[in-house]
Design a protein around this ligand. Structure first.
Ligand SMILES: Nc1ncnc2c1ncn2[C@@H]1O[C@H](COP(=O)(O)OP(=O)(O)OP(=O)(O)O)[C@@H](O)[C@H]1O
Ligand SMILES: [Mg+2]
Length: 433
């Protein structure tokens, strides 16, 4: 299942906008206030209806908020089109401003039809999959790791949808779930080890080790973290001397609480996606192959440029069958992977840019993000210097160069280029004399 299209009318600052999505990665960029989060929120509101109707036949999702109706409009309308291999499903939500009437009304027939299909499948076959649908808002930095387990979790398939569109990542939930599953895993391990001991004399325990009952869901989470975060492995819960979650980073054991903000955030994000996929796909040998729609606001949050660069490819490698809808402020996120459909939002208009793969960050800043690559004053001085060289004004160029040399680092590339050009100019002059 994937989102094909979104149409929004009078939603926040958008009067009427239609967007088509790539089945792989769609990324929105744009200034602060351009409307990136609004688009993800519109999708989220529409998707709450799908989850609600998979959970219950007559379930209700979230309404459009009054505050989201464009300030000058009487109503707001948002429509989504979702498709899979064989069919399309379109549903529409409308919200009238209090006290006003309009001809438009919500149409939720098709979300009911789609949800019915999934409910029929899971009723007939315990092993059938459900699509993951999850939204990580900017406020996803909830990183406390509890010392006590407060809530006991159920591991039912539908629990993969718990808080999926409302809460974002949360280490507490992840940790509680991980620990409970690990307890169950340890119990099954213990039973196998006991029986190995009993049979050791006559059977030598042969073959049984390969049947150790590693929990499939935990394995999916561990694998996801290993694939996504190179150098990190062996995520586990240590019970003694005190309860804590640990991970190996380049061979050294660390308390997860000791990791940096960015590392924690990524680990919780990837762990949360993997955990949900594992719950939704009980029949898959590798639950990370499950399908899903994943919305992440500001994917570059807390990430060092090096991590920003590889993030799309890492997500793709870890969750190959999920559709990602992302927003970012980083030129590195969008220029490092192939087949990324990028949209620039400006004044409520959308410009589509198919492929920025391989462009350097400066080009993306200049051409796509409409941002100078240097401090404005320095950029002006550099342009003036190059113009002086271009016009053959060697003396003034040298003065301008020495001014800039006081301000910038000695190995600045543009200054090195200017020095070379001035030297060449002087050699030419000397020859012509
Ligand atoms: N009801 C409304 N009517 C008109 N405009 C609105 C309404 N609600 C919000 N807005 C506009 O939407 C903007 C917020 O959009 P949004 O949060 O989607 O931006 P963004 O691109 O995510 O920005 P940032 O990069 O800062 O997160 C506000 O600047 C405001 O101008
Ligand atoms: Mg935003």
């Amino acid at each position: 299942m994937e989102i094909k299209k979104l149409n929004i009318v009078n939603f926040t600052q958008f009067t009427n906008l239609t967007i088509e999505f790539s089945s792989d990665f769609t990324v929105f960029i744009g200034n602060n206030g351009a409307g990136k989060t609004s688009l993800l929120r519109a999708l989220t509101i529409l998707l709450t209806w799908l989850i609600a109707r998979i959970e219950r036949e007559k379930g209700s999702g979230s309404p459009i908020l009054e505050a989201d109706i464009e300030n000058d409009a009487k109503y707001s309308q948002i429509t989504i089109e979702v498709g899979d291999l064989s069919d399309f499903f379109q549903w529409k939500l409308v919200k009238q401003r209090k006290g006003f009437k309009s001809k438009q009304s919500s149409d939720l027939k098709n979300v009911t039809r789609l949800a019915d299909r999934y409910r029929n499948c899971i009723s007939q076959d315990n092993n059938s999959s459900l699509p993951l649908v999850v939204y990580y808002p900017v406020e996803r930095v909830v990183l406390d790791i509890p010392l006590k387990i407060k809530k006991h979790h159920s591991f039912a398939q539908l629990d993969g949808y718990d808080n999926a569109l409302t809460q974002g990542v949360d280490f507490r939930r992840f940790f509680e779930w991980f620990r409970e599953r690990e307890d169950t895993e340890n119990e099954s391990m213990q039973q196998i080890l006991e029986s190995l001991k009993d049979n050791y004399q006559d059977e030598r325990g042969g073959g049984k080790l390969s049947q150790l009952p590693y929990d499939k869901q935990l394995t999916a989470v561990r694998n996801a973290i290993a694939i996504f975060m190179q150098g990190f492995s062996k995520l586990r819960v240590q019970r003694k001397p005190r309860l804590r979650m640990t991970v190996e980073k380049h061979g050294k054991t660390l308390d997860v609480a000791q990791l940096s903000q960015g590392e924690k955030l990524l680990m919780a994000l990837v762990g949360d996606i993997a955990r949900r996929l594992a719950m939704m796909n009980p029949g898959l040998e590798n639950p990370l192959d499950g399908e899903g729609i994943i919305l992440i606001d500001e994917i570059d949050l807390h990430l060092h440029p090096q991590w920003q660069r590889g993030i799309i490819q890492r997500l793709r490698d870890t969750f190959p069958n999920c559709q990602f809808l992302l927003t970012t402020h980083s030129p590195l996120v969008i220029s490092d992977a192939k087949d990324v459909h990028c949209y620039v939002l400006n004044d409520s208009h959308l410009t589509s840019i198919e492929d920025l793969y391989g462009l350097d960050a400066n080009q993306v800043l200049l051409k796509v993000m409409d941002t100078e690559i240097r401090n404005e004053v320095v950029q002006k001085q550099l342009t003036e210097l190059l113009e002086l060289i271009h016009h053959g004004d060697c003396n003034k160029a040298k003065v301008s160069l020495s001014e800039l040399e006081k301000e910038l680092s000695a190995d600045d590339l543009e200054l090195a280029k200017a020095r070379l050009l001035i030297k060449r100019l002087e050699v030419l002059r000397a020859k012509n004399r």
